[in-house]
Design a protein around this ligand. Structure first.
Ligand SMILES: *Cc1c(COP(=O)(O)O)cnc(C)c1O
Length: 430
């Protein structure tokens, strides 16, 4: 399967190239020209998860990864479950936070890291370096850092907006050392993303350090995420599947993009709700057709504090190429008060959640009809947002082991102004 650069029709690449380069010419995103369509979805949904993941991923990667290797990559990537937990009536949470860093980003980061490792070995590029450069608004950092930690010949540099993510979240990626370096940037997440893009525009830098992006721009992450939409429907009864509505808490819109890919492949999802916080560029766009990002604002669901979502062009492409019907997507922006209130309502229903999933849940609450089955994505473990959740719910949350361990360690991040030349120097020096 070939992938197109959405900004440069001349650039058509294979999966390996797309994964290794991250971004294409002119900062264009790579994306399949045509999403493969799978037959016999019912049979697929009754298979064991790893066999199903193999069938879902194979069409995307088979030109570069043989079946044997893909099975091994799948085994290493999907080593934890994604249970569909009933919350009330016709509503379920798809819990995507049972991986090593307790967030859904583990799926994409681990698949990408394992694919990259495979290509490095296959090419036997002796001594040639790969540098992963990524910006995080929260969970990407931890997921990427843990997925790559200890891999040979791969350096990882993670930028994050100083003071804008929770202390515990920060410790989950700034304390690892070895091949993981972290930079606290004086600015917003959008500033961090801009720096990353500037680096990829610098041909000299890209070549010297072997730059590779690992944030939600990298197309491999999306393919891995497609798998859990299949897994969700496999956990519903056959009669419920075609009535399913997914509410996706969205920041950079990678998660929603993966859901739309799954639907395009033939998964009988009925429709999607794109739930955002006050950073509501997409809900406003879906409403009036005008793309007008505002300045990024800080919210309770800070991993979604993104006003220029970098995956949106992929969704737009699927709509414009007629592969996805735009009418099956609605948007909802949830304000801070409503997020807090929803989190409390979920608690009263007996379900302890966190602000991102609460934003998603609200998207169902507002629009679900009695014959529909709602699924909201649980993107992070509540303990990752411990102080917010404890304060709003007036409870005490125990720290899961994965977090408790790193909370004790020293933060090794360095401080940097949002300045491209400084960052370039820092990358070149190593
Ligand atoms: C990254 C993140 C999101 C947003 O996901 P996108 O794919 O960027 O839209 C939502 N919730 C949590 C907890 C996240 O870390």
């Amino acid at each position: 399967m070939k992938l197109n650069n959405l900004k440069d029709p001349q650039q058509i690449v294979d999966f390996a190239t797309a994964v290794k380069t991250g971004l294409g010419n002119n900062q264009g995103l790579f994306f399949p020209a045509e999403i493969p369509i799978l037959s016999n979805i019912d049979a697929l949904l009754s298979m064991p998860t790893s066999d199903r993941n193999f069938d879902v991923l194979r069409p995307f990667v088979r030109d570069n990864i043989n079946d044997e290797a893909l099975k091994s990559i799948i085994g290493k990537t999907f080593s934890f479950s994604s249970p569909l937990v009933p919350v009330h009536d016709q509503t379920h949470c798809l819990e995507l936070f049972h991986g090593p860093t307790l967030a859904f980003k583990d799926f994409g980061a681990r698949f990408m890291a394992n694919c990259l490792q495979h290509f490095a070995t296959q090419q036997a590029v002796k001594g040639e370096k790969t540098t992963i450069l990524t910006a995080t608004s929260g969970d990407t950092g931890a997921a990427v850092a843990h997925a790559f930690h200890g891999l040979k010949n791969i350096d990882v540099v993670i930028l994050f907006p100083k003071g804008k993510i929770s202390a515990l979240q920060q410790k989950m990626f700034t304390t690892l050392a070895d091949n993981i370096r972290t930079v606290a940037v004086d600015g917003t997440f959008d500033d961090c993303q801009k720096l990353v893009k500037q680096c990829f525009d610098d041909a000299d830098l890209v070549k010297t350090v072997g730059l590779n992006s690992a944030n939600s721009i990298n197309v491999s992450r999306l393919f891995a995420q497609v798998c859990y939409y299949f897994d969700a429907l496999a956990q519903l009864s056959p009669a419920q599947r075609s009535r399913s509505v997914f509410a996706v808490p969205s920041g950079n819109f990678g998660n929603l993009c993966a859901g739309i890919i799954a639907k395009t492949m033939g998964l009988p999802i009925k429709r999607f709700v794109a739930s955002t916080n006050l950073n509501d560029t997409v809900p406003r766009y879906l409403e009036d057709g005008v793309w007008s990002p505002n300045a990024t604002v800080e919210t309770l669901s800070n991993a979604m504090d993104v006003s220029k979502p970098n995956n949106w062009p992929r969704i737009e492409y699927m709509i414009e190429s007629g592969q996805f019907d735009r009418d099956l997507l609605s948007g909802l922006a949830v304000d801070e008060h409503t997020t807090a209130r929803t989190l409390k309502q979920l608690y009263q229903l007996g379900y302890i959640s966190e602000p991102h999933a609460a934003v998603a849940y609200q998207g169902l609450h507002d629009s679900l009809t009695p014959e529909e089955v709602g699924i909201f994505l649980g993107t992070a473990h509540p303990a990752k947002f411990k102080s917010t959740v404890e304060e709003l719910l007036n409870i005490e949350l125990p720290l899961p082991e994965a977090i408790a361990d790193c909370a004790e360690k020293v933060d090794l991040s360095i401080y940097m102004e949002a300045d491209f030349q400084r960052l370039k120097q820092f990358l070149m020096i190593n």
